[in-house]
Ligand binder design. Sequence first.
Ligand code: NAG
Ligand code: NAG
Length: 184
Amino acid sequence: MRPSPFIFLLLSLVFSHNIFHQPSVFVNGDMKLIQETCKNTKYYDLCVSSLKPNASSTKADTKGLALIMVGVGMANATATSSYLSSQLLSATPNDPVLKKVLRECADKYGYAADALQDSVQDLATDSYDYAYMHVMGASDYPNACRNAFKRYPGLAYPSELARREDGLKHICDVVLGMIDHLSW
Ligand SMILES: *[C@@H]1O[C@H](CO)[C@@H](O)[C@H](O)[C@H]1NC(C)=O
Ligand SMILES: *[C@@H]1O[C@H](CO)[C@@H](O)[C@H](O)[C@H]1NC(C)=O
């Protein structure tokens, strides 16, 4: 018996359905790991929105996601260090105290980026205690900058810097939540 055209139509619908849906099933499966990983962190939305733009995040395992988030933190700390260096250049020469504090802060944010870089090596060797310690360190450097401002009562802590401080700390918190889960 010859298969009817209706069967052909049905079969081609089934196949095209599969072909069109396979990639989205694949993406949903990977989105699921991102969502599950981010649920273990303190800032779910920040976590998901930081991981999603990186194309590697859909193929990454949990450790890979932690590494991507560390990269986001390094970029963030480096951007703030550069911002502080540019503020330093535009500060008036007759304000040596402000210049000193800006220079100190630029250094601290640079150290924060270095500490995050160290955690990349730690994660690569599954040294989760060290990774945790280095990310904690990265999260603490902005405090040193804020304290530098506080040492001089004439200097107000700029709100832009407070915003950047929170941003980096939240990224570090997300990484810490991921490492916590990895070290189980
Ligand atoms: C994505 O993450 C990987 C791993 O951390 C990093 O090497 C790469 O530069 C990131 N890509 C972008 C576009 O940020
Ligand atoms: C990272 O740094 C930029 C400044 O370059 C800042 O605008 C942003 O809010 C920071 N990211 C997060 C997640 O806070």
